[in-house]
Design a protein around this ligand. Structure first.
Ligand code: 7TS
Length: 411
């Protein structure tokens, strides 16, 4: 495995070469969205300059080119996830849409009294669709809590029973940065007769995820968190389930025959994709996958681990700073959330922004988790391939300066 070189990688990202508030931009909000390299922008540009047409409809040359590029993107995603075939790869708007589709469509098979198990560390997109399903069908929603800052596995085993029909969990928490032991949980859910839905929004961009090896039933992720454009995401689903499921949206593209009173659907995966899809988005995602695969996912994961190993003790050493999640650095992916006693997270984030450092502050679309941490908000720094140890040092210096400023005023 060759090591990645973040300084070389940075050259592909024009946006990272600017100053913000007169300081060189240090972008540490990658869990929210990542920046886009020239290669991804060029692929989107190429499509609009040379191929733009609607897909699957026309017989003209441009339509054939657009369709070929769009379907090549699906093949790329299929190989990337190690899915069996392209019938299992649905393009969506992102993780949120993917999870909503499972809840709405697979959710129809649930009956009153059935149970769904999620965890307190989920993003709202992996909570609210299940809440709505629970209201609609009289299904019971149960939460696995944290223990010592990590998912309580004993509680997971107690909650997942023969009554459970769906277990839906994040692979990596967007706030705590902890990787859940999904393989064990998937096998456990299957033994109890439940399906497992994996929110992979924070894992697929950072490490190899193999749906076949995991034996996961559904998996969702977003293109924009892995160098791709916004508005494109993926829902992987096992063919046997997708075949049973009804589409969530109806209209053009997804139909086979339309009669006056009824209609029939196209085969998978197209039966789920109503209307003109995000063709440029899929092409951009394809380019992003190529870019990341050229670097190599082992190198990407190793790089992020190296940054966490470097930064974690430096943050721990800051007086009055509380880091959330496990106290062991090695359990964290490239996402660290913290608070400084006496300072509001928004003030910390604004002070860091004045130093050109972009972090996120707030409830981070995970209110149940933030409540269980006993706070109203946190500050989060999240890393990707273009971040360096120097970025980490500047973050630490800026946090210390912010603390000084708010305690004593400007020095
Ligand atoms: N699930 C997880 C684990 C996420 O981190 C996010 C987005 C989503 C689902 C929703 O993804 P979307 O692309 O459909 O919006 N997370 C964040 C974040 O951490 N900050 O802003 C968005």
């Amino acid at each position: 495995m060759s090591k990645l070189n973040p300084d070389e990688i940075k050259k592909d990202f024009k946006i990272l070469q600017q100053k913000v508030n007169d300081e060189p931009l240090i972008y540490l909000d990658n869990a929210a969205t990542t920046q886009k390299p020239q290669q991804v922008l060029a692929a989107i540009n190429h499509y609009y300059n040379w191929e733009n047409a609607n897909v699957h409809r026309g017989v003209h040359t441009l339509a054939e080119r657009a369709t070929a590029s769009y379907e090549k993107a699906r093949e790329s995603v299929c190989n990337f996830l190690n899915a069996k075939d392209i019938s299992e790869i649905l393009f969506t708007r992102g993780t949120t849409t993917s999870l909503n589709w499972v809840a709405q469509s697979f959710g129809e098979f649930l009956q009153e009294g059935n149970e769904i198990v999620i965890s307190v560390m989920e993003h709202h997109a992996n909570i609210i669709p299940w809440q709505q399903l629970a209201k609609r069908k009289g299904v019971i929603l149960k939460y696995i809590e944290l223990k010592n800052g990590e998912l309580n596995l004993k509680m997971a085993q107690d909650l997942i029973t023969d009554k459970t029909k769906i277990v839906s969990l994040a692979h990596i928490s967007k706030v705590l940065g902890l990787e859940n032991p999904v393989k064990e949980l998937i096998d456990y859910a299957h033994r109890k007769g439940a399906i497992f839905v994996m929110d992979a929004a924070q894992s697929v961009p950072h490490q190899r995820v193999d749906v076949e090896a995991l034996d996961v039933d559904f998996l969702a992720f977003s293109g924009h968190k892995m160098l791709g454009p916004t508005g494109i995401g993926v829902l992987f689903g096992k063919r046997k389930y997708l075949e049973m499921m009804e589409p969530v949206e109806f209209g053009g593209e997804m139909i086979d025959f339309v009669y006056r009173d009824t209609s029939t659907w196209k085969e998978l995966p197209w039966k789920f994709e109503a209307g003109t899809p995000n063709i440029a988005g899929a092409i951009g995602l394809d380019a992003a996958i190529q870019y990341l695969q050229n670097i190599g996912f082992d190198a990407i994961k190793a790089h992020e681990k190296e940054l966490v190993e470097y930064l974690f003790p430096k943050l721990q050493a800051i007086d009055a700073l509380t880091l959330y999640g496990s106290a062991e650095w090695s359990k964290h992916a490239g996402v660290l959330s913290f608070n400084i006693n006496g300072l509001h997270p928004h003030d910390v984030a604004s002070a860091l922004d004045m130093q050109g450092i972009t972090v996120r502050a707030g409830h981070l679309c995970a209110q149940p988790l933030i409540q269980s941490l006993g706070v109203s908000a946190v500050v989060r720094a999240s890393f990707y391939i273009y971040n360096t140890k120097e970025d980490c040092e500047k973050l630490v210096d800026a946090i210390i300066a912010a603390k000084e400023f708010f305690s004593h005023g400007p020095i």
